[in-house]
Design a protein around this ligand. Structure first.
Ligand SMILES: *[C@@H]1O[C@H](CO)[C@@H](O)[C@H](O)[C@H]1NC(C)=O
Length: 415
């Protein structure tokens, strides 16, 4: 047993050194040709960014508003945000909108703070309709890319579930967790986080207040630090709508209302979901510890959960219930049309590589879908798009993802 653990440890260590070196080289290499672009003169973006003849954009009759097309979606980690991304990709593709994509990978050099120069083919003054990939939020830099009327949205999730998910997904990339013993590393960690955690440790932000970190703030602030309250205030001024994972359908209805979109635009299949057997249930004691450990995120979440429900009230509870029912009905319709067997399946049972989602290191726990074989021809296109995972969809939209792919290939070899 000891011997096995030892080999795993050494193998982990070697892979780890190799990985960091590759990534460092890549970072420097790509980073270097970007620096000279930033800080040059910036023009502000014109309000109307749409191509003058966005063909095929069906204008819904009898609406008083016109669909909003300038959108900043701050994609947080482990928050069903891949599902939202799919919605944005489809909408943007339909109206031929311009996305600000990252260069060579599917995030904007996370965890470095976002810089406009990280955008693929960026030139100062370049304007876009949609920014939606993972980033560490940096308001000034984002604003350079978008017209002033851009709608800012983001999504939050209960910090305990988020922490559990982030631990599952990323702990192998956080070296200090390698020394945690026992079957249940998550429980061991929560019993006494300070024994393992250090703010300076590599990738430590994945395991403490990751929401706060994603928004560009210090994730090591205690919940009662006045700065946390200031940050919350800052975000509530900047973001036009904060969605809540636990109320996903209600969130989409509010989104549709704010953006003046149609129900068709927000139809979705849950993407990037984890097999339920890989989700650890935390007992009340561990829950309490996880909450305390992620106190800043908890405060953030509670604030926006409350403002979310105030918006639902303003929208009308009855109206909301009706709209959620309608959305469910339409989603079910699509499920029956598109999905083989009507449900998500394990990674090894996905037939097409184009529909196989990205898997965490050393584990095939992310579910995906198969397209129905006898699909009606006029639904094939929409079904395919709705089922396409983030990485493949980005490739389809013309992003080269060589860094991400190289990484994936490497992970496959070591795990
Ligand atoms: C979020 O708000 C709803 C409605 O007020 C409430 O029922 C729920 O308990 C809140 N969730 C948290 C975690 O505070």
């Amino acid at each position: 047993m000891f011997w096995m653990k030892c080999t795993v440890g050494i193998r982990g260590l070697i892979s780890w050194i190799f990985l960091t070196n590759i990534m460092l080289i890549l970072y420097c290499f790509i980073g270097s040709n970007q620096m000279n672009l930033s800080d040059s003169k910036e023009d502000t973006c014109p309000l109307s960014m749409e191509k003058s003849n966005s063909m095929g954009s069906p204008q819904p009759p009898k609406t008083e508003c016109s669909p909003k097309t300038n959108i900043m979606f701050m994609k947080t980690h482990k928050t069903a945000s891949s599902t939202i991304l799919n919605i944005l990709f489809r909408f943007g593709e339909k109206l031929k909108l311009k996305f600000a994509f990252p260069n060579g990978r599917n995030d904007f050099f996370y965890p470095s703070p976002f810089q406009a120069s990280q955008v693929m083919n960026y030139r100062p003054g370049g304007c876009y309709n949609i920014v939606c990939n993972h980033m560490r939020f940096n308001q000034q830099e984002v604003a350079k890319l978008l017209p002033a009327d851009a709608v800012y949205i983001t999504i939050l999730r209960d910090p305990v579930d988020l922490f559990e998910s982030s631990f599952h997904y990323y702990h192998k990339a956080v070296p200090f967790t390698w020394s945690i013993d026992g079957e249940n590393k998550l429980a061991e960690f929560l019993q006494n986080p300070q024994a393992f955690y250090s703010p300076e440790a590599f990738n430590s932000f994945y395991l403490k207040n990751i929401l706060t970190f994603d928004f560009g703030f210090d994730n090591n602030l205690e919940a009662d630090d006045p700065q946390v309250t200031e940050h919350i205030h800052y975000l509530s001024e900047r973001f036009d709508l904060v969605l809540i994972v636990e109320y996903f359908e209600e969130s989409l209805i509010l989104l549709k209302d704010l953006l003046c979109w149609s129900t068709e635009d927000i139809l979705y299949f849950k993407l990037n979901a984890r097999r339920s057997s890989s989700v650890s249930k935390l007992d009340p004691e561990l829950r309490a510890k996880a909450l305390q450990w992620n106190g800043a995120d908890w405060k953030l979440y509670q604030h926006f959960n409350a403002s979310f429900w105030a918006r639902v009230e303003a929208y009308g509870r009855e109206r909301m219930n009706r709209d959620v029912q309608e959305l469910r009905r339409r989603n079910e319709e699509m499920r029956a049309r598109c999905v083989e067997g009507g449900a998500a399946v394990e990674a090894q049972n996905i037939h097409s590589r184009h529909l196989l989602p990205w898997q965490p290191i050393g584990e095939k726990s992310i579910l995906g879908y198969n397209l129905r074989k006898d699909i009606e021809p006029n639904f094939r296109n929409i079904c395919e798009k709705m089922l396409t995972p983030e990485i493949q969809y980005m490739s389809d939209l013309g992003v080269s993802l060589w860094v991400t792919k190289l990484w994936g290939w490497f992970i496959d070899i070591i795990s």
